[in-house]
Design a protein around this ligand. Structure first.
Ligand SMILES: *Cc1c(COP(=O)(O)O)cnc(C)c1O
Length: 324
């Protein structure tokens, strides 16, 4: 796997590769919110991206950069969440075979979605098998290329194109709030913001229960935590990556956290006020702004709404939570 750190030029090249392939997602605002916060808040709606999350950008960029031999052999990943779906969809668009290593007990909706994009699903038993070992075996036997969810230069470069589009569209920002899991989205966002709007303060936002990124940022080295529990299921990583961390350490202004309760309030705000379906993880950056976790008054603020994939039953429970 390439350890080279991506640069802004890689994001520019990714944007060329992604032109006409990814949606240029809308940037939406709420007058009510701007009035309440006395700020100008711009939401970059990656919940409306193909496959429902920004992950399609990085997945497509990484697969498009493979050599003809690597493409012919196919790609593999062991994420059944947004990254897995994005790999399946991007591989299909590029005529490459995708293999997704998924737990036997993965929700049927996820299996079906990946299969509908033509992916091959290899089930494994969570109790007795290690998914990385299952993937490694496929890599050795079939020559597949592993595309990891965040710690990969081409994935990071692809993710950075969302903030590049946002800054092209709205111009300079005082601060930018980005959901943080393993740090692919944040690292790409930092590289784009540093190049185009160097004065913009960029915050990563994590679930309070899984604040490994905050601990790592404060300590200056990667801190690994036990598996966290939060409704932000796209940000339950235990540690930042070898490529994402140095970029975050160098360019991030700070790492903030928000509680699950605040994520639920943010989901309700988006449904009620903006008619947007945003998944819990997708609300991380927004929740920090809605709660003024750091001062935002008088500022021009960018927020990445990173995804909109929800299970309808749990989404309904979130929307009705505390509504009596
Ligand atoms: C994966 C994901 C994240 C976190 O992205 P990282 O690159 O792992 O930090 C945030 N939001 C959504 C919706 C995701 O799918």
């Amino acid at each position: 796997m390439s350890r080279a750190l991506p640069r802004y030029q890689d994001i520019q090249e990714a944007a060329e590769r992604l032109r006409g392939v990814v949606h240029r997602t809308p940037v939406l605002t709420s007058q009510t919110l701007n009035g309440r916060l006395d700020a100008e808040v711009f939401f970059k709606c990656e919940n409306l991206q193909k496959v429902g999350a920004f992950k399609f950008r990085g997945a497509y960029n990484a697969i498009a950069k493979l050599s003809p031999e690597e493409r012919a052999a196919g790609v593999v990943t062991f994420s059944s969440g947004n990254h897995g779906q994005a790999i399946a969809r991007a591989a299909q668009a590029l005529g490459v075979t995708a293999t997704i290593v998924m737990p036997l007990d993965a929700p049927k909706a996820k299996r079906n979605a990946a299969a509908s994009y033509g992916a091959r699903i290899i089930p494994y038993d969570r109790q007795t098998e290690d998914r990385e070992q299952v993937a490694r075996q496929l890599i050795e036997q079939e020559g597949l290329t592993l595309i990891p969810p965040f710690d990969h230069a081409d994935v990071i470069a692809g993710q950075g194109t969302a903030v590049m589009e946002l800054l092209e569209e709205v111009g300079g920002l005082d601060a930018l709030f980005v959901p943080l899991g393993g740090g692919g989205l944040l690292a790409g966002s930092l590289l784009a913001a540093h190049a185009v709007a160097p004065e913009c303060l960029v915050y990563g936002v994590e679930p309070s229960a899984g604040n490994d990124g905050q601990q790592s940022f404060n300590k200056g080295e990667v801190v690994r935590i036990p598996p966290p529990r939060s409704i932000a299921d796209g940000a339950l990583t235990q540690a930042l990556g070898e490529i994402t961390f140095p970029i975050i350490k160098r360019y991030a202004h700070d790492i903030l956290t928000v509680s699950d309760e605040k994520l639920i309030h943010a989901m309700q705000f988006f449904a009620e006020r903006m008619k947007l379906v945003v998944e819990p993880t997708g609300c991380l950056g927004a929740a920090a702004v809605l709660n003024e976790t750091v001062p935002v008054r008088g500022m021009r603020i960018g927020v990445i709404l990173s995804g909109g994939n929800v299970d309808l039953a749990s989404y309904a429970a979130c929307l009705s939570h505390g509504q009596q």
